[in-house]
Design a protein. Structure first.
Length: 405
């Protein structure tokens, strides 16, 4: 219905991505808008080429002295999100003689918000970003009441859900409404984002209806393409399990207990629709590489963090309970430690996604998205799967409340 208009809008936006007459800051800002609105998948090649160009040319961070905090933090975040190992030296100009962020930055709310978002792509050794997270959280929290309504909403939401750790499609749904309130928004880009999201919702709804038709009699009642996907998934999961078994590591584990294999099976399902899921990728996954192990460990910990109460009531042990017994600490102290462990694992995952990587970036993004789902559905120590009211807003955004176009 809207396919023709979308194609026209894509051509218009692609032309806007061309560098002619635009500063580096303007180009980064436009790329960020495209990504946050959820339409970057239409412009992967153009965005990749521009970021590679920027990274090749602007590696001398002395040149960044002309940029404000918001621009510098945005550039850092986008580079890191795309796997470019850009140095934290980009922030040196904002540090005082004591190694702390300058107090003069406290009233720069947009800059603080940008730095806050950038702090979540940190890796081990990025000490200044640890400082950045604490610094920005403190001042954004205290400065909220003084902000205009739109900026205040962005700050409140970011403190609750950092962009980098959110479910991309839900983050797009949220940002479309925020961007729509911006009087300077790009009308063509906003229209493309709304239509793209609307079509996605229609696709989700159609597939959900197919699945609902499938009862206990098996896959026979599904449409051909859904049945083919289901059959292929079963076969693929069996092959993955066999590869893992051959390596005598049938299920990933560490010294402290079993790590769920759920991430492997979820990744297997996602592979069905990915062109880059080659035999090399499958072989890589079967070696239980550091990234896969980190993703699985995070899944186990965050699930125990959110589902501890439910699991305790049904007699199942959790990582949180084990930590309480091993270290003789309270439930609150154990929960805090589990949360810290999850944050540390994010650093590992961020490191493993830096270039060069042994597998395509689309695969890395998919794995991080699995982690993001767990991160989002287990917030506030509530398991969204056993207490679905906690994730109702996400379900409604994806399947119920259709995007107005």
């Amino acid at each position: 219905m809207y396919e023709r208009e979308i194609e026209m809008l894509k051509a218009e936006v692609a032309s806007m991505l061309l560098p002619a007459g635009k500063t580096m800051t303007e180009r980064f800002d436009f790329i960020d808008k495209i990504e946050r609105l959820g339409v970057s998948h239409h412009f992967d090649i153009e965005i990749e080429n521009q970021l590679q160009e920027f990274f090749n040319v602007y590696t001398n961070f002395g040149e960044y002295s002309a940029y404000d905090l918001s621009s510098a933090a945005l550039q850092f975040r986008l580079f890191r999100q795309h796997g470019f190992n850009v140095s934290c030296g980009i922030f040196d100009q904002f540090i005082d003689a004591k190694g702390k962020f300058k107090e003069s930055l406290c009233n720069d709310t947009r800059g603080l918000l940008s730095l806050y978002e950038a702090s979540h792509v940190r890796t081990h050794g990025d000490e200044i970003l640890e400082e950045a997270l604490a610094f920005t959280t403190t001042h954004l929290t205290s400065g909220g009441p003084r902000l205009d309504s739109t900026l205040a909403k962005q700050v409140k939401y970011a403190l609750e859900q950092p962009l980098y750790k959110g479910i991309p499609r839900y983050e797009a749904w949220h940002y479309i409404s925020i961007y729509g309130e911006d009087e300077s928004n790009n009308k063509l880009l906003l229209r493309l984002a709304k239509l793209d999201y609307h079509l996605l919702q229609m696709s989700y709804k159609q597939e959900l209806c197919e699945i609902i038709r499938w009862d206990s009699s098996g896959a026979d009642q599904l449409s051909d393409y859904i049945r083919a996907s289901y059959t292929t998934l079963l076969k693929f999961n069996k092959e993955v399990a066999e590869k893992l078994a051959k390596k005598q590591r049938t299920y990933a584990f560490d010294n402290n207990g079993a790590i769920t294999i759920g991430v492997y099976l979820t990744a297997s399902a996602a592979f069905l629709d990915m062109d880059n899921a080659s035999e090399d990728v499958i072989n890589w996954m079967s070696t239980i590489p550091k990234l896969m192990f980190a993703c699985s460990t995070h899944a186990r910990l965050i699930n125990d963090f959110g589902g501890h109460k439910f699991d305790k009531e049904r007699g199942s042990g959790t990582a949180l309970e084990c930590y309480m017994k091993d270290y003789n600490v309270s439930e609150e102290e154990a929960a805090k430690k589990i949360r810290e462990m999850c944050e540390d694992i994010w650093k590992v995952m961020n490191e493993e996604c830096l270039r060069p990587t042994p597998i395509p970036r689309d695969i890395l993004k998919m794995l991080l998205n699995i982690v993001r789902v767990g991160e989002t559905t287990n917030k506030h120590r509530i398991d969204g799967f056993t207490q679905p009211h906690a994730i109702e807003e996400f379900i409604r955004a994806m399947l119920v409340d259709f995007m107005s176009v």
